[in-house]
Design a protein around this ligand. Structure first.
Ligand SMILES: Cc1ncc(COP(=O)(O)O)c(C=O)c1O
Length: 379
């Protein structure tokens, strides 16, 4: 069939994470260690699973209201500082849909969107889909830390800048923005009338730091978040947008157009999760990830061929390969030779070719084994 696809769709491609996983699967190595996959390896949170089963058994399987079931909308905004009413929330099919809805609702062809780089691929792909232009502001490295230089953001702002995409804790670096950085960014949003899209999906994965949302400092912010990462529930597809009521009302028709509503039984499951005490088990889970972060950092920082920056959040680490410029080639060789999957840094922007992302999600014995094989490979 000779099909002429739209320009919008031709600008899209499958990300390198998927590519490297497809390759790994094809080889069927039985001692493969997945240091790449972007979700926790634990089973789904128990209350969430039981809530889902209960919802299915009681036939909560029809369409919900387009904005989501009222009780879930209410509970997710309950403790928010600014946007804390039910009408401030829209339930989506994961943060992926939430990001798409926000960008598609705000960005006209020709509009510019500032994205902090390295960057999770969906941000620029959504901007591209809408005919907008992604303007990247790379994180800098100083004193073995990533940081955002606000002056660089200011330099990149033009009359066409519509949106700043912000993600802290940050995929792939594990960087966590400090209060001052977020205050300054919020000031820019206020002075220049620019909206901040704040992706807070990793907000619970934070180690020895306090989480700040731009929502605390500006009303020019749209927050997206969800249950995928914190509760090992990537397949339930539940996320949300939190914003001013009029923003939610404007976005709602597009959500109705593409999905009608987020999966109903899993909305009930998420409500069950939040209405019960979930904080103690979440803390245990995060404490485990802090130990894994320390383990992987201690093991990899002994390898002189890589530069390791200690992540302050998420379950990712972004490593610089001192002797490689092409991280795709490196990842392929590492897979073939040591049966370890990592994500090439190029997936997060063209200037990150000498970096790789690892996800320290596996049990500690596997992390140790992976670090050992990694060391043998690079040494
Ligand atoms: C920064 C970021 N935002 C959004 C997502 C997608 O989240 P969801 O599973 O809720 O669609 C991911 C997944 O890796 C992510 O890293």
């Amino acid at each position: 069939m000779k099909t002429l696809f739209s320009k919008r769709i031709c600008g899209q491609s499958i990300n390198l994470t998927q590519y490297i996983h497809d390759k790994a699967k094809a080889f069927k190595f039985n001692d493969l260690i997945d240091f790449a996959i972007g979700f926790p390896c634990e089973n789904i949170n128990k209350n969430l699973r039981e809530g889902a089963i209960r919802a299915l058994k009681s036939n909560k399987t029809i369409y919900s209201p387009t904005a989501g079931i009222p009780e879930l909308r209410k509970i997710i905004v309950k403790n928010r500082l600014r946007y804390n009413k039910k009408d401030n929330a829209l339930i989506t099919a994961g943060v992926s849909e939430a990001v798409f809805l926000v960008i598609a609702s705000l960005v006209n062809p020709g509009d510019e969107v500032i994205i902090i780089s390295p960057s999770y691929f969906i941000f620029q792909n959504c901007v591209n889909f809408c005919g907008g232009k992604s303007v990247f502001v790379p994180l800098k490295i100083s004193g073995n830390k990533f940081y955002l230089d606000i002056k660089e953001i200011k330099k990149k702002i033009t009359d066409k800048t519509k949106l700043i995409v912000f993600n802290s804790p940050h995929n792939p670096t594990g960087w966590v923005a400090d209060k001052k950085t977020i205050e300054e960014l919020s000031k820019i949003a206020d002075c220049r009338g620019i909206t901040i899209l704040s992706d807070e999906i990793y907000k619970n994965y934070i180690y020895n730091r306090k989480f700040y949302s731009p929502e605390e400092f500006t009303k020019n912010v749209i927050v997206v978040d969800g249950i995928s990462k914190s509760f090992s529930a990537t397949g339930l597809r539940i996320g949300w947008i939190v914003a001013e009521k009029n923003v939610i009302e404007k976005i709602l028709p597009l959500h109705q157009l593409i999905l009608f509503c987020a999966p109903t039984p899993f909305q009930y499951a998420a409500h069950d999760l939040f209405k019960n005490n979930y904080k103690a088990s979440l803390k245990k889970h995060i404490d485990q990830y802090k130990l894994k972060r320390n383990l992987v950092f201690n093991l990899l920082s002994k390898i002189s061929e890589v530069e390791v920056i200690k992540p302050e959040g998420t379950f990712y680490m972004f490593l610089r390969l001192k002797n490689y410029k092409n991280s795709i080639e490196f990842s392929e060789k590492l897979l073939l030779s040591k049966h370890i999957v990592v994500v090439p840094g190029l997936d997060y922007g063209k200037e990150w070719g000498s970096f790789i992302r690892i996800a320290y999600r596996e049990p500690k014995n596997k992390i140790k084994e992976a670090c050992l094989r990694f060391k043998e490979f690079v040494s």
